[in-house]
Design a protein around this ligand. Structure first.
Ligand code: PGA
Length: 257
């Protein structure tokens, strides 16, 4: 049984004061419960402060990116070991905003994953097609390229322990458009089959596949209720406790049934 994971990707949003109040409210709501995993991924400068707030709860702390080199002369970059040092146990890699706005290639993402896994971080690998690609029936081809581009040559034992995949159709991110539960489920099945064939059925069964793209309180239950949707990566709706908490609650309710 895969435990559901609801992760909030704050992106480049919130200030320290609002981040602190959001984390405080979440830590209180989640407490030490673990039936559903809850994670927040704040901007780098706030990680230490948020870590302190979360440390008495089971809410996990993730980062939104890291660099693939070991610490050294790389002005402006952040090493994976620096993330564990400030209390992160996970990192989002390959987010579509980094692929399409910051120009990250599959090769860069692959190297970042290797470094993050070596640092002991869980990796939330984001994959997803553009709107034109979906319209041209290219979704599976794009996902296959992104998955093999990112995962080729990685240590299978580390992937088994630390990999989470997030399917985030680019056309659904921040647009208010959401994949239907059926669309999400069928892509998740494709990704799980791909993991099974490229690696093995055990890894495919264990790896959690999250859905991301305009997840909101009113669509969370249906999306999270799909058998192969193991959680959500939430952007906009993770910035307000009143919106994020009901998504976490939907995962809890589904877990309890
Ligand atoms: P959204 O973002 O929920 O605002 O669509 C999701 C994401 O980009 O992770």
């Amino acid at each position: 049984m895969r435990r559901k994971l609801v992760a909030g990707n704050w992106k480049m949003n919130l200030d320290l004061a609002s981040g602190r109040s959001l984390a405080t409210a979440l830590a209180k709501d989640v407490g030490s419960t673990t039936a559903v995993e809850v994670m927040v991924c704040p901007p780098f400068p706030y990680l230490s402060a948020i870590h302190e707030i979360l440390s008495n709860s089971s809410v996990r702390l993730g980062a939104q990116n890291c660099y693939f080199e070991a610490p050294g002369a790389f002005t402006g970059e952040i090493a994976a070991t620096m993330l564990t040092d400030v209390g992160c146990d996970a990192v989002i890699l390959g987010h579509s905003e980094r692929r399409h706005i910051l120009g990250e290639t599959d090769e860069i993402i692959r190297k970042k994953i290797t470094t993050a896994l070596a640092a002991g971080l869980d990796v939330v690998l984001c994959v997803g097609e553009l709107k034109e690609e979906r319209l041209e029936n290219q979704t599976e081809i794009v996902l296959k390229r992104q998955m093999s581009g990112a995962l080729d040559g990685q240590d299978v034992a580390l992937l088994l322990k630390h990999l989470v995949v997030a399917y985030e159709p680019v056309w659904a991110i921040g647009t208010g458009l959401t994949a239907t539960p059926d669309q999400a489920e069928s892509v998740h099945i494709y990704l799980r089959n791909w993991l099974s064939m490229y690696y093995n059925p055990d890894l495919a069964n264990k790896v959690r596949i999250l859905y991301g793209g305009s997840v909101k309180p009113d669509n969370a239950r249906e999306l999270l209720g799909q058998p192969n949707v193991d959680g959500a990566l939430v952007g906009g709706a993770s910035l307000k406790f009143e919106q994020f908490q009901p998504i976490v609650q939907a995962a809890r309710d589904l877990t309890a049934t």
